[in-house]
Design a protein around this ligand. Structure first.
Ligand code: AMP
Ligand code: MN
Ligand code: MN
Ligand code: MN
Length: 284
């Protein structure tokens, strides 16, 4: 399969922190010319059956997907899994454990916000949640925009929800090794999501890719809504250097918030192995 394929292998539905249903996303993806699609909700595969059925109804290829939250060298790293068996019991349990601490974390975030005068943020965030097991910072951001505390979600993150800010609560997610193993043991491919977003030193980033590869990870997002054009080039180089397949995905969350539309990114650069080439047999 060629690298010239409108594949969008990263986006979110109401099952995590997106605002559209899996069906509405599938329709939107199709309308934008997507040929191969994956719904990659955070730490959750509860939307996979619906997404797969919707993709089929729209006549698009589908790969199962999830975006797993991992803690590596004290930072949160996201690992996308593609093409796994969604019924795999170890994967299901691993994801459930990863989701586990979110409620307590959210209540602590709310306490932090209360200290700077923002009351009842937990209850407020909950009204935006589609899946009670998956309350995320994004839901708090929506509440703070809706109540006029900030103009847009990026401002909420900057002022309230990132390290050192009142609503930020450090959290331990899954281990890199476990996340990669859950995905690969379920027949899927692990992919480092949006590598340019992390604040690693060059040595730390080298350690991330080396360990990821050592654990059986096989892919890296090169063309993503989180990267600049210059970063497409940087991480195409990383893919070659580490012998990783390259992925492409918008990371679309919502028509109102996302700056990158489904299926609208440039194609993968040539000279790379697209993840969909290695996952050919997993496309449904
Ligand atoms: P959580 O998993 O609860 O820590 O939430 C992480 C989610 O917050 C990410 O998947 C993004 O959807 C969103 N997010 C993180 N940083 C920002 C930002 N600076 N602006 C807007 N959304 C962000
Ligand atoms: Mn998100
Ligand atoms: Mn992410
Ligand atoms: Mn994402």
């Amino acid at each position: 399969m060629t690298h010239i394929l409108n594949a969008d292998l990263h986006c979110h539905s109401v099952v995590s922190d997106g605002t559209l249903t899996p069906e509405a996303l599938a329709e939107r993806a199709k309308a934008n010319g997507v040929e191969l699609w994956s719904l990659t909700d955070h730490d959750e595969i509860g939307g996979q059956q619906r997404a797969m059925a919707a993709a089929r109804a729209q006549g698009m290829g589908y790969l199962t997907g999830a975006e797993i939250s991992v803690t590596f060298l004290n930072q949160t790293v996201h690992i996308v899994g593609l093409g796994f068996d969604a019924d795999n019991e170890d994967l299901r349990q691993g994801l459930q454990r990863t989701r586990g601490g979110r409620k307590e974390r959210a209540m602590e975030m709310s306490d932090g916000l209360a200290k700077v005068g923002i009351k009842n943020a937990y209850e407020g965030a909950l009204t935006y949640v589609g899946n009670p097991e998956l309350i995320s910072r994004t839901h708090f951001a929506r509440f703070l925009v809706e109540t006029g505390v900030c103009k847009e979600t990026s401002e909420v993150f900057r002022k309230y929800l990132t390290e050192g800010k009142p609503g930020y609560v450090p959290h331990r997610w899954a281990n890199l090794k476990d996340a990669v193993r859950w995905i690969t043991d379920a027949g899927g491919m692990a992919v480092v999501a949006h590598p340019a977003r992390y604040k690693f030193t060059p040595n730390e980033e080298f350690a991330l890719f080396t360990e990821f590869k050592g654990h059986g990870g096989q892919g890296v997002e090169v063309v993503t809504g989180s990267h600049t054009a210059a970063e497409f080039v940087t991480y195409a180089g990383t893919a070659k250097e580490f012998g990783l397949a390259a992925s492409r995905g918008s990371d679309f969350h919502s028509p109102d918030e996302s700056h990158t539309e489904l299926g609208s990114l440039p194609y993968l650069p040539g000279g790379l192995t697209p993840v969909w080439e290695l996952l050919r047999d997993r496309i449904q």
